[in-house]
Design a protein around this ligand. Structure first.
Ligand SMILES: [Zn+2]
Length: 197
């Protein structure tokens, strides 16, 4: 998997660009990957709700739970669906609107310097193996394209907005992601290999 720069596109992804994006601030560099979990309606998978939300076409009347979110203007760079399909909503060099009020190591406004990746899922439901595999490969490709992302520059939405957000939730296995990432990122320690070996 690789990125096409400077277009900021992932050729492996279906392109469905969202209007909810703008320029990153002058001088901003990509230093962080934010992992999210999302499903619309919550806990239901495979529908068009996420796509509609990111295109400002969510029908507020379709479901009671849509009423309060239908007016949001949000997006993410990528969505990885449960069957592994990758959809790109925002080119990586542009700013997606995924983090909201957020803070990482004392810096607020994480949208400015991060890539947002949504996994179709819910906090308490195991994510699928193909989602982990694709997420790990996307992160490796991002780090090749943006060497400014450090090895530990991958966090959950709940890490940067702990008072507001719980995603990707306790179901997300950070240990598994790290193990898969170690295959494609030479500067990561392989967790299976004892450090004294
Ligand atoms: Zn989120």
């Amino acid at each position: 998997m690789h990125l096409r720069s400077p277009s900021g596109l992932l050729p492996a992804a279906r392109q469905r660009h969202s209007p909810n994006q703008d320029c990153r601030p002058v001088g901003a560099v990509v230093e962080l990957v934010v992992v999210h979990g999302i499903s619309l309606p919550p806990g239901e998978f495979g529908g068009e709700g996420i796509d509609q939300l990111f295109h400002n076409r969510l029908d507020a009347e379709a479901r009671p739970c849509y009423r309060e979110i239908a007016g949001l203007r949000v997006s993410a760079h990528l969505l990885i669906r449960r069957d592994g399909e990758i959809v790109q909503y925002v080119p990586f060099h542009r700013r997606a609107w995924h983090a909201g009020l957020s803070c990482h190591r004392g810096r607020s406004g994480c949208n400015d310097f991060s890539v947002g990746i949504e996994l179709e899922g819910a906090d308490q439901v195991p994510y699928t193996p193909v989602q982990y595999r694709h997420l790990a490969r996307v992160i490796a490709a991002l780090r090749r394209a943006y060497p400014t992302i450090p090895p530990d520059g991958v966090v959950g939405h709940s890490d940067i907005a702990p008072e507001r957000k719980t995603d990707p939730g306790p179901a997300f296995r950070w240990d598994l992601l790290l193990r898969l990432r170690a295959r494609g990122e030479p500067d990561l320690p392989d967790p299976r290999r004892p450090t004294w070996a």
